[in-house]
Design a protein around this ligand. Structure first.
Ligand SMILES: CC(C)(COP(=O)(O)OP(=O)(O)OC[C@H]1O[C@@H](n2cnc3c(N)ncnc32)[C@H](O)[C@@H]1OP(=O)(O)O)[C@@H](O)C(=O)NCCC(=O)NCCS
Length: 194
């Protein structure tokens, strides 16, 4: 499924501070199962390189959908979406989870991840009919996601691992698709984290 094109307007930098770079970005949303073997290998290696450090002590869920931005025939920016019914303070909440947000080094700071995130947010609300989007991240990325309309919620954040439920140290951020407040209390991802 190909969903639309995005206009990106971004200040050109660092040399030409007053000029703007305008470009369209094609963002594809596909079922992860529809990726080719080569694409899955490429993405798997990339995830390993980017998130293989501290996060390797946890087992992570795989997303069901992939958002792709391609340049020169290759994937340069990537986001995964997970659909999950979780529990917050014992109440069921349908969320679209964002995972593995990444842009290749040479393609960073062109607004690609931001454009992909906006597309994901529309997909989560309109196609998945979720109540909220939910992601976990390191504290340094809070401003990046806040600029896109996400906000930090308090936990604790709990997810399944092979040894049972564990409390994760990550920051939890959400955005609302509908009216309604995020419930206060323990966030149980009811499965592997993403
Ligand atoms: C975070 C990431 C996906 C951004 O991709 P991108 O295509 O460059 O994103 P955009 O161009 O839309 O936005 C760039 C903004 O990201 C933010 N950002 C990127 N990396 C950051 C970091 N390590 N710490 C804090 N902010 C960061 C900055 O605010 C930056 O804005 P600036 O250029 O004005 O400083 C990319 O840097 C990446 O792949 N990082 C490694 C993987 C990762 O940490 N993913 C997030 C998992 S929660």
């Amino acid at each position: 499924m190909r969903i639309g094109d995005y206009w990106l307007c971004r200040k050109r930098r660092p040399l030409a501070l007053n000029s703007w770079e305008m470009t369209t970005v094609d963002i594809e949303i596909v079922s992860v199962q529809d990726l080719t073997f080569e694409e899955r290998d490429f993405i798997g290696d990339w995830i390993g390189r980017v998130f293989g450090g501290i996060d390797s002590k946890y087992e992570w869920a795989h997303g069901e959908w992939a958002l792709l931005i391609r340049r020169n025939g290759g994937i340069v920016s990537y986001v995964e979406v997970v659909q999950r019914r979780i529990e917050v303070d014992g109440q069921s909440v349908d969320v679209g989870g964002i995972a593995n947000v990444m842009t290749l080094e040479d393609w960073k700071r062109r607004g690609f991840a931001s454009a992909a995130m906006r597309k994901c947010m529309g997909f989560i609300c309109n196609k998945l009919s979720a109540d909220f989007g939910l992601l976990v991240c390191e504290a340094e990325l809070i401003p990046f996601y806040e600029r896109l309309g996400w906000h930090v919620v308090s936990g604790p954040l709990v997810a399944d691992q092979s040894q049972g439920k564990v409390v994760l140290p990550h920051v939890t951020m959400v955005f609302a698709c509908k009216d309604g407040e995020w419930p206060v209390g323990t966030i149980d991802l009811c499965g592997l984290p993403w």
